[in-house]
Design a protein around this ligand. Structure first.
Ligand SMILES: *Cc1c(COP(=O)(O)O)cnc(C)c1O
Length: 487
């Protein structure tokens, strides 16, 4: 069943608002500026409210449904974050305001930079990038600038494991580098021999995700880092998956040179539907001078002569790669992430990661005898990668299982990623789901496996409860119909 269009609710002469009498002289527009060919729906307030509330409920959302979309960390977005982001002093600040008048906002950004340095074990942070992928691109430009500043112009290759997120090779290619793919070994780690065989003086660096997108902690990460450094390369960490590591391991201390965070994953700022996101970049000591500016620092000397001297100021590092976006980053997201970190504190953040890992392992332990888990002999980290290949149901695919989950009231997990796992179902429960919800989700998966054997057509034709059934997803993405008049 399709929802009525707002135009179908239109009734001539009905209005939603009453305009006050103008208190300025009326102005008659020239006739050639007016048009009759713009029919707008004539609806009352309650028509509009009901219409859009109904539409909003057609979506599966984290506020209504467990949303185990692997690698995307769809955790609950605490409402206190929203309160802070909406504080009038933050929400109404203008990006061109004199820094003296927005010292609170600068303080928040400075503190967030410091928190992110501490959490990852890095020496400097820029909050500029507006997404994880833009953080990657930023980090790669920094790596490139570092090599060039040393007169080392031969380094044109980026090594990337085959389990990597698609944005990794894309960001590298955008920065003009040649991508070299590294295989994974039988235990789900990057293949050390293949890595060593690829290392030479043309390598800009290695882009690695740890835990990787197989949900595995790289068992030889220190050796990997050492080998890349020995060849003169740098190590980029894709930090989108920090939800497993908070307060437990610091990539900077493991030897990573650059890493981006996804505030809109690990630090609970809402995402989906295209943004806004935030992908701050953190770097080790030897790269701080290349960070994109402006970043916030305490004003030199401000402690001594506090009269009229701002405590915090913008500054751009000496060899900065430049700006990555207009103004100061997606400030609302920074306010939300700052609040999340402050509310949790050190122990709270550590508990987040411990519970995220525990929840994923609980799901793994309960489904592994039915759904193949390629590295099920190991503990997973924050996510478990299963396969939609069920004994006794040869025609059923991961997509069918994912769609059928919607009938049970769950958002589907990521499927067909990572690319190296056939029929992948990438399940990331996050720490914010209770044991009861995890059990309901697992029970649904087990029931679906039974259905797959008894009545596979039930899965093939799923979802049955959604307003639209199976869409041509490629066409829907490439040929998006945004207008509300169809056809
Ligand atoms: C989400 C994600 C990214 C990209 O982040 P965006 O904010 O979507 O650009 C990169 N790497 C991994 C592993 C991710 O999960």
């Amino acid at each position: 069943m399709l929802e009525p269009l707002i135009y179908d609710l239109s009734s001539p002469g009905r209005t939603g608002v009453t305009m006050p009498e103008p208190d300025v002289p009326r102005f008659d527009f020239p006739a050639d500026l007016l048009r009759d060919d713009l029919p707008l729906p004539e609806v009352s307030q309650i028509d509009v409210t009901r219409h859009f509330t109904r539409l909003s409920r057609l979506n599966m959302a984290i506020d209504t449904t467990m949303y185990p979309l692997g690698s995307c960390t769809m955790k609950y977005n605490p409402r206190v974050n929203e309160d802070v982001a909406r504080m009038a002093g933050f929400a109404h600040a203008h990006p061109l305001q004199d820094p003296v008048t927005v010292q609170g906002a600068l303080y928040l950004m400075y503190q967030l930079q410091e928190f992110l340095k501490e959490i990852g074990g890095f020496a400097g942070v820029s909050l500029q990038p507006a997404a994880g992928a833009q953080g990657e691109f930023t980090g790669i430009l920094i790596m490139r600038a570092y090599h060039r500043a040393r007169g080392d112009h031969k380094r044109v290759k980026m090594l990337i494991p085959d389990s990597a997120h698609g944005t990794n090779p894309a960001s590298s290619a955008m920065a003009g580098l040649k991508v070299v793919e590294l295989p994974s070994d039988a235990r789900g780690n990057v293949d050390l021999d293949a890595l060593k065989a690829s290392l030479d003086d043309t390598v800009c660096g290695l882009m690695i995700t740890n835990p990787n997108t197989l949900g595995m902690f790289e068992e030889h990460i220190e050796e990997v880092v050492k080998a890349v450094h020995a060849a003169g390369g740098l190590v980029y960490g894709d930090g989108a998956n920090m939800n497993a590591l908070l307060g437990i391991a610091k990539p900077g201390e493991i030897g990573f040179d650059v890493m981006h965070y996804n505030l809109h994953k690990t630090f609970s700022t809402p995402h989906g539907g295209g943004g806004p996101g935030s992908g701050p970049v953190a770097v080790a000591r030897h790269l701080v001078d290349f960070l994109p500016g402006p970043i916030v620092r305490p004003t030199p000397g401000s402690e001594k002569d506090a009269e009229g001297v701002p405590l915090y100021e913008w500054f751009t590092p000496r060899h900065s790669i430049g700006r990555m976006r207009a103004f100061w980053g997606n400030f609302g997201m920074l306010a939300r992430a700052y609040t999340y970190i402050r509310v949790h504190g050190e122990e709270g953040l550590r508990a987040v990661s411990k519970h995220a890992v525990l929840n994923a392992n609980y799901v793994q332990a309960r489904i592994r005898h039915v759904y193949p888990v390629p590295h099920g002999e190991r503990h997973c980290m924050h996510e478990v990668i299963a396969q939609g290949k069920l004994a006794g149901a040869p025609d059923v695919r991961a997509l069918d299982i994912a769609k059928r989950l919607m009938d049970y009231g769950f958002h589907p997990p990521t499927n067909y990623f990572p690319l190296i796992v056939p029929e992948a179902l990438m399940i990331e429960p996050t720490e914010t789901e209770s044991k009861q919800t995890l059990d309901e989700f697992v029970d649904a998966l087990l029931a679906i496996a039974e259905e797959a054997r008894q009545s596979p057509e039930l899965l093939k034709s799923a979802p049955h409860t959604a307003p639209l059934k199976r869409l041509d997803e490629v066409k829907a993405a490439k040929d998006l119909v945004l207008c509300c008049r169809v056809g």
